[in-house]
Design a protein around this ligand. Structure first.
Ligand code: SAM
Length: 243
C-alpha cells in the first residue's frame, strides 16, 4: 500500500534485521536514508537494489515536499537511519509529522533501538525511564542538563560518544552522586560489554582507563524516593511511645 514505512535496521548485528523490514525494503519504490553509502551496504548485504534519496537534518526542508509529492502519486517510501530506529536521536520527526498532516499512511516496522536494548540488560528499573538523547558537549551545559533531572523519578537513558564518555560520567557523578548505573557498549557486536557499578566508580574507572572504543548507551538509576514529609515526626512519636 502507498505510504511511508518507518523501518528499523540493526544496531550492529545484521542478524537483527527482521523479516518484515527486509520485505518492506524489497517492496518500496524508494528508500529515504540518512547516508546513502551506509544504507547501500545494508542493501547489498540483503541483495536488494532500490533507489535511495538522502534525508537528513540539513536537506529536510528541501526533501519533504519532494517526498510528499511522491506519496501523493501513490509511492511507497521507506525511511531508514544508519542504524536502529529512525526518529530516535535520528532524523524523521518532521517528515512523519508532515506525512501524517498530508493524510498519508505511516506504518512502523519496528526493530532494534540502542536505548531499549541497553535498558533490557542494564538491570536497572525500567518501569519508568527518561530517554535524554545526547548530552550537550560542553561541561557546564551538561551539568545543568543532569541537574534538571536530579529529582526525576525515572531511570535516565542517554547516548554518548566514546570520546566524551569519561568527562560526561564525571559530570553525571558530580551532579547525581553514587547512583547505580550501567555503561552499555557495542551492543549486539563482537566487543559487546555492559559495565554495571555506581556512577562514581564508573567515572573513576573510565577516567583511569581512558575513553573506550565503540558506541555507548548510559543508563542511570532513578533518584531515591525521599521519605514522605512527616516521617521524622512519626519516628519521634514512635520513639517516645517505645520509651
Ligand atoms: N536511532 C538509533 C537507535 O534507535 O538506536 C540511535 C541513533 S544515534 C545517532 C547513535 C547513538 O546510538 C550512538 O552514538 C550510540 O550512543 C548509540 N548506539 C547505536 N548503536 C549502538 C550499539 N550497538 N551499542 C551501544 N550504543 C549504540
Amino acid at each position: 500500500a502507498p505510504g511511508l514505512y518507518v523501518v528499523a535496521t540493526p544496531i550492529g548485528n545484521l542478524g537483527d534485521m527482521t523479516d518484515r523490514a527486509k520485505a518492506v525494503l524489497a517492496q518500496v519504490d524508494l528508500i529515504a536514508c540518512e547516508d546513502t553509502r551506509v544504507t547501500q551496504k545494508l542493501l547489498s548485504y540483503l541483495m536488494i537494489r532500490k533507489p535511495m534519496l538522502p534525508y537528513h537534518e540539513h536537506n529536510g526542508p528541501a526533501m519533504r515536499p519532494k517526498l510528499l509529492e511522491k506519496l501523493a502519486g501513490g509511492a511507497r517510501i521507506a525511511l531508514v537511519s544508519d542504524a536502529g530506529t529512525p526518529l530516535i536521536s535520528d532524523p524523521g520527526f518532521k517528515l512523519v509529522d508532515a506525512v501524517c498532516e498530508a493524510g498519508h499512511k505511516v506504518t512502523p516496522i519496528p526493530g532494534p533501538s540502542a536505548a531499549i536494548t541497553a535498558l533490557s540488560v542494564a538491570g536497572l528499573p525500567t518501569d519508568r525511564f527518561l530517554f535524554m538523547g545526547f548530552p550537550p558537549p560542553k561541561s557546564s551545559a551538561r551539568r545543568d542538563w543532569f541537574e534538571a533531572e536530579k529529582a526525576t523519578r525515572a531511570s535516565l537513558v542517554f547516548y554518548e560518544s566514546a570520546r566524551r564518555l569519561p568527562e560526561t560520567l564525571r559530570d553525571a557523578a558530580d551532579v547525581l552522586g553514587a547512583r547505580p548505573a550501567a555503561v552499555a557498549r557495542e551492543l549486539t557486536k563482537k566487543f559487546e560489554e555492559v559495565r554495571r557499578d555506581d556512577l562514581i566508580s564508573l567515572a573513576n574507572h573510565y577516567e583511569a582507563a581512558g575513553a573506550p572504543k565503540g558506541e555507548i548507551v548510559v543508563v542511570i538509576g532513578a533518584a531515591e524516593e525521599k521519605a514522605p514529609a512527616g516521617t521524622a515526626i512519626d519516628a519521634d512519636k514512635a520513639l517516645k511511645l517505645a520509651l
